[in-house]
Design a protein around this ligand. Structure first.
Ligand SMILES: [Zn+2]
Ligand SMILES: [Zn+2]
Length: 334
């Protein structure tokens, strides 16, 4: 029989469709995916094409051949030149389209996916995220900064070259407000951080844990919204990603690489999104929110059921998915 599970952190109900459930390996691509070449002539992010992007805001290393570049998004829907202005006209509420939208080019190589980057390069990427996250929050007109990545067409990108994005908006999006509200309500009721309590639950159950180190845990949530939906939580309570220490950055790089490599090997390079969910630096001392990374492989499509009910159907059982990923040898590329 199927089971409805409540995701306490997102406040969403999920139907874990055990009768329709597929075996974990049934989500693997049926045909082997061809990887691109190291350089693509028509790619705006490949070295030698730097003039195809707006002037960079950050380059690493600063001199010589670059490994990471951060550039404003050429096709941003938010503008730095707009004046932040709120307009309430009856039931029509709007804010001018002010904001920051940056692209992080993660590697000079067109085909070097994050899962295959050396750990030191992923560590540098995390430090780059932190630098730009704090820099954008320093703009007083910005209410929220989201760091995210789209990999593969089903995840919403047509650009193959490894890249992620950072968006600073003049409002707080509903997904963040919902999570903040859930954390605040739980804290009111119990005096505890909901995410710290969830981590304790996951570590004592162990059945949904994929990978654990001293400072981080990667696991499939009890009420995962979709197959192989994975969360990476820091063990130390911290509301804001901008507070990540160098030591935590090193371990987070290992977690990102491990989980993405397990997905790459186990499911044969699936499309995925990831997003860093975080409070702002001004709320870094919050006791009721805890930053984390959510990785969502795009293996199934949402349809009318999700749209009509606001509930999700997950055709993979979270415990089975975690067991499958735990047992994937991420170093096995053949
Ligand atoms: Zn490229
Ligand atoms: Zn916490």
């Amino acid at each position: 029989m199927s089971e409805l599970r409540l995701n306490l952190i997102t406040r969403e109900w999920v139907v874990i469709a055990s009768e329709r459930a597929a075996r974990p390996d049934q989500f693997t691509h049926k045909e082997k995916v061809e990887l691109p070449e190291e350089y693509a002539e028509n790619c705006p992010f490949c070295p030698g094409h730097e003039t195809s992007t707006p002037d960079e805001v950050l380059r690493y290393p600063e001199k010589g051949d670059w490994e990471i570049r951060v550039v404003p998004n050429k096709f941003s829907s938010l503008s730095r030149t707009a004046i932040k202005h709120r307009n309430n006209d009856g039931r029509h509420h709007s804010v001018a389209g002010y904001g920051h939208h940056e692209v992080v080019i993660e590697s000079s190589k067109h085909n070097l996916f994050l899962a295959h980057q050396p750990l030191s390069a992923i560590e540098t990427l995390i430090q780059t995220y932190k630098t730009r996250f704090l820099a954008i929050y320093a703009d007083p007109a910005i209410e929220h900064v989201a760091i995210f990545k789209n990999h593969g067409e089903d995840a919403g990108t047509s650009l193959e070259h490894p890249h992620s994005q950072i968006i600073g908006t003049p409002i707080t999006p509903i997904q963040i407000r919902d999570r903040l509200d859930a954390g605040r309500d739980y804290f009111d009721d119990t005096g505890e951080c909901l995410m710290c309590a969830t981590l304790d639950d996951e570590l004592s159950a162990g059945t949904r844990v994929i990978f654990e180190t001293d400072l981080f845990v990667a696991f499939i949530p009890y009420a995962a919204l979709s197959p192989f939906h994975t969360w990476i939580f820091p063990k130390r309570h911290a509301a804001c990603f901008g507070e990540i220490t160098d030591e935590e950055g090193i371990e987070l790089a290992l977690h990102l690489k491990t989980v993405l490599a397990k997905l790459f090997v186990g499911l044969d390079n699936p499309a995925f999104n990831f997003v860093i969910r975080s409070e702002s630096p001004s709320a870094a001392t919050s006791e009721y929110f805890h930053w984390y990374i959510s990785i969502v492989p795009r293996l199934t499509r949402t349809a009318g059921f999700e749209l009509g009910s606001g509930m999700y159907i997950n055709t993979a059982i979270p415990e089975d998915s975690a067991d499958f990923l735990r047992n994937v040898n991420e170093e096995d590329e053949t």
